[in-house]
Design a binder for this molecule. Structure first.
Ligand SMILES: [Zn+2]
Length: 392
């Protein structure tokens, strides 16, 4: 029975198209959130959808994108400390022409479809856990569910909207679980991220009449060479828990036609950092930035790495619950940037823990085993039934 209910719920959630693109209005999740609000209400759990708008730049024009939202279940006792279960409802693009058709397929216990592992399967675990915990009136901590939007695109606008609410209401949150897929590992160490853009300029004109220093692509070459030197230097920076820094030059764009002098050339690169980002920025200034060539450097975002202590009481309790379920409990690191970093940055201690293997995230073969979804529910229920634990 439980199995069928879980399958039904996950299928339903996958079939809401919540794919999110950065370059066009998309990622609409309100119908998804309303469905969950109704579903939870049927078992006596109230929740509220908090709406927000986005200001987006498409083709140089600023557009206001409305009807964005996050869902938060009701906090019914302001004194009782909270444990937050958190996840995002949007997905990366579906990559199928038939998006109006069902996008979920079921074979035995395996559910396939965009968002199955990242992270609607995990959302189902959290919904079922909240439902079950609601029957227990002696909980020491209130479980609160937070579902966000705009994680896969639009610069984490959903979780940022929640953090505004948190600042205003000062919810008494003691710990949070971000449900990204970790395959039963508890991720407590998070890489930082530094994302930067270098643009070089030139003077547009016919290729035959080119003068010196006017070609933006040629002007960017010294930067590109020095970025490789920079990469070599930072790949030596190591942290005992996180390991080594990683850098990727993601894009290079410049020029339109072979007989035209390009007026702009842009390089985008990202560093996964393991120590404070100012170390990386100082090195960047020493190795790459110090040139007389006309250019513009933009720091798109910068977040320092974060480590949650494995001695944190909630972390130890979660570990016990994982072990009780029969799974090996391991701590691990997350190299991907996620909402967990933003929650930690805001002072809310957060670990990552969720069903499914993240190698399937964003892939064309996204899938999850319904048994993992149910087992995660069991672990969360055990973990949140802290009234019986010795935690202060
Ligand atoms: Zn995700």
């Amino acid at each position: 029975m439980n199995n069928n209910k879980t399958k039904y719920l996950l299928e339903k959630l996958i079939n809401f198209n919540t794919e999110n693109f950065d370059d066009k209005p998309s990622g609409y999740t309100l119908d998804f959130l309303r469905f969950i609000r109704k579903y939870l209400k049927e078992s006596g759990i109230k929740s509220k959808i908090h709406k927000y708008d986005l200001n987006k730049k498409y083709d140089g024009k600023i557009e206001k994108i409305k009807n964005r939202g996050i869902l938060l279940t009701e906090i019914n006792d302001s004194k009782k400390p909270i444990i937050l279960l958190e996840g995002h409802t949007d997905t990366v693009p579906i990559e199928s022409k038939n998006i109006s058709k069902a996008i979920c397929s079921v074979k035995g216990n395996i559910i396939k479809g965009r968002g199955a592992v990242d992270m609607k399967g995990s959302i189902v675990s959290m919904i079922l856990a909240i439902q079950e915990l609601n029957k227990n009136k002696n909980l020491k901590y209130q479980p609160v569910l937070l579902l966000t939007s705009d994680e896969e695109a639009n610069n984490f606008a959903g979780i940022k909207h929640f953090l505004k609410l948190q600042k205003k209401h000062k919810y008494n949150i003691k710990f949070a679980v971000c449900g990204e897929p970790t395959n039963f590992e508890i991720k407590i160490n998070f890489y930082g991220a530094l994302y930067m853009i270098i643009e070089c300029f030139g003077k547009s004109g016919h290729g035959a009449n080119k003068s010196e220093n006017e070609n933006a692509i040629e002007n960017i070459v010294p930067f590109l060479n020095d970025l490789l030197k920079y990469q070599k230097e930072i790949s030596k920076i190591r942290h005992p828990q996180l390991g080594y820094s990683v850098m990727n030059i993601g894009t290079i764009r410049g020029g339109r036609k072979v007989n035209q002098v390009p007026s702009s050339c842009v390089i985008e690169f990202a560093v996964r950092t393991v120590k404070k980002n100012n170390i990386y920025l100082n090195l960047f200034n020493d190795i790459v930035e110090n040139k007389k060539i006309l250019h513009k450097t933009t720091q798109v975002f910068s977040y320092d790495p974060i480590c949650v202590s494995s001695n944190n009481k909630f972390v130890s309790e979660l570990k016990k619950s994982v072990l009780k379920s029969g799974k090996k409990s391991q701590f691990n690191i997350s190299k991907e940037f996620s909402e967990a970093t933003l929650l930690n940055k805001a002072g809310l201690e957060t670990v990552m823990f969720g069903p499914g293997n993240s190698v399937y995230s964003h892939s064309s073969n996204e899938k999850i085993n319904i048994k993992d979804v149910l087992l995660t529910k069991e672990i969360l229920v055990d973990f949140l039934s802290l009234s019986s634990h010795s935690i202060p």
